[in-house]
Write a protein that binds this ligand. Structure first.
Ligand code: SDX
Length: 430
């Protein structure tokens, strides 16, 4: 019997007790799994504002305090002391790797970076001007047609090899999506480069000359991956979990996550935030734009601001702003027009009661577009980069769900407001 209970008083006067469960930190939960059986009623929570869909040990967010922990480690410390593959190891296994564990993990990932040669032909089926996220959804979903030797999710070895293939091949697939869109040849991965340097070379290198690695830019890209790696039960992660709950193969689940991340309210916000800054163009236009944002009828939002969970500064936004500054300094772009506009917009918004009263602060997407643009990544590729980084989070959450003893297919119910039973009339009588 749980040591804490919540009592629900029903309209017919009956009272029902439900156990209150506590995690290691964060809000308690009321375990209402028996509610429907005991009362014939459902809970109602569109958008899941007050619903915990699962228990998890991977990522913890305190939205009021602006805290983000991966397996207990503050994102600030991971961004400073680790590289992305160390963070992948941490999210996947729950602990930071020792030197030998890291070397083994990196070696396995490195030797899975190539894709099946026929996969390159799949790209030919897309228009060159297709949005790269459309290509990503298609190509990642199609991986199950190439790696069908290990799709049984009940087989641990299959889960392990699928996870490594996805972590290792996403940079190659993203870079191929970019090269295809600009009509340049695909670049094969090079095993003597780090994960992120390899990605930058596959994106910006050409077969006709040696690619010169810029360690400052590689470190910035690596940090962008770390900041986007996981984020609790957000829309795309919940999509991956729900898709995986039916037993679908991991490639289909990750493709579903990519599809969900594409939305402008979610991972597509960095693309939308940069387009917003381009449209505003100049600091003098900010007050007029802010006026439109406050006008409910305009439908205009300050993209890259606000968050369902963070009601304080998104800790990733602070780190992204620092990274932005470093990259612009390295590239001699410290007077970058959009960066200065973004800084001014942030300052104005954070002094405006509309944003302060609604606890709207910059989120991870507000600065990430500016730094990616400075790195030479085209706007349409921003969410592909987000997908690359989030793949490890999706995989860790998917693996955790499958090994959860409470694992079952997800099947929400509804509050039905449609027509009650009625009979069909012959068409001449309708
Ligand atoms: C990501 O969930 C995650 O963890 C996601 C993510 C991750 O790592 O996986 O963190 C990544 O998706 C970050 C969020 C990126 N999205 C954007 O930047 C798009 C702009 N932001 C929003 O549309 C909005 O803030 C959401 C979608 C992020 C959150 O929306 P909520 O929690 O449903 O809040 P809401 O829409 O109910 O807004 C509450 C109020 C409303 O005003 P009132 O009706 O109370 O008067 O705040 C207003 C909204 O109109 N509001 C905004 C706003 N966001 C909310 N007004 C202007 N600009 C905004 N950006």
């Amino acid at each position: 019997m749980a040591d804490k209970n919540a009592t629900l008083k029903l309209p017919d006067g009956k009272s029902l007790d439900f156990p209150v469960l506590s995690g290691t930190t964060g809000p308690d939960v009321v375990d209402i799994r028996t509610l429907y059986g005991k009362s014939g009623m459902f809970t109602y929570d569109p958008g899941y504002l007050s619903t915990a869909s699962c228990s998890s040990s991977i990522t913890y967010i305190d939205g009021d305090a602006g805290v983000l922990l991966y397996r207990g480690y503050p994102i600030e410390q991971l961004a400073q002391h680790c590289d992305f593959l160390e963070v992948c190891y941490l999210l996947k296994y729950g602990e930071l790797p020792s030197r030998s564990q890291k070397d083994e993990f990196v070696n396995i990932v490195t030797h899975h970076t190539m894709v099946h040669e026929q996969l390159a032909r799949l790209y030919q089926g897309f228009r060159r001007d297709a949005h790269p996220m459309a290509v990503m959804v298609g190509v990642v979903g199609a991986l199950s047609a190439f790696y069908h030797d290990a799709l049984d999710i009940t087989n641990e070895q299959h889960r392990i090899i699928s996870a490594f293939r996805l972590i290792a091949k996403m940079p190659t697939i993203v870079a191929m999506s970019y090269k295809y869109s600009i009509g340049q040849p695909f670049m094969y991965p090079k095993n003597n480069l780090s994960y992120t340097a390899n990605f930058m070379r596959m994106m910006f290198g050409v077969p006709t000359e040696e690619y010169k690695v810029n360690e400052v830019l590689v470190r910035a890209m690596d940090r962008i991956f770390i900041l986007h790696a996981d984020h609790e039960q957000n829309a795309s992660t919940s999509t991956v979990r729900l898709c995986g709950s039916s037993g679908a193969n991991p490639y289909a689940c990750i493709a579903a996550g990519i599809a969900s991340l594409w939305g402008p309210a979610h991972g597509g916000a960095n693309e939308a935030a940069l387009q917003m800054l381009e449209e505003i163009g100049d600091v003098s236009k900010v007050p007029e734009f802010i006026r439109k944002v406050k006008d409910k009828h305009s439908g205009v939002r300050l993209m890259g601001f606000g968050h369902r969970v963070y009601k304080n500064y998104d800790p990733r936004a602070k780190l992204m702003r620092e990274t932005c500054h470093e990259v612009l300094e390295e590239l001699g772009l410290h007077n970058d027009r959009l960066f200065k506009l973004a800084l001014e917009m942030e300052k104005i918004a954070l002094e405006d009661d509309y944003f302060v009263s609604r606890k709207l602060y910059p989120n991870v997407d507000f600065y990430s577009g500016i730094v990616q643009r400075a790195l030479g990544i085209p706007v349409a590729m921003f969410t592909c980069i987000f997908s690359l980084a989030r793949t490890i989070g999706w995989i860790a959450q998917w693996q955790e769900m499958i090994s959860d003893p409470e694992y079952k297919i997800g099947r929400p119910r509804q509050l039905y407001k449609g027509a009650t039973r009625r009979d069909v009339k012959p068409i001449d009588k309708r």
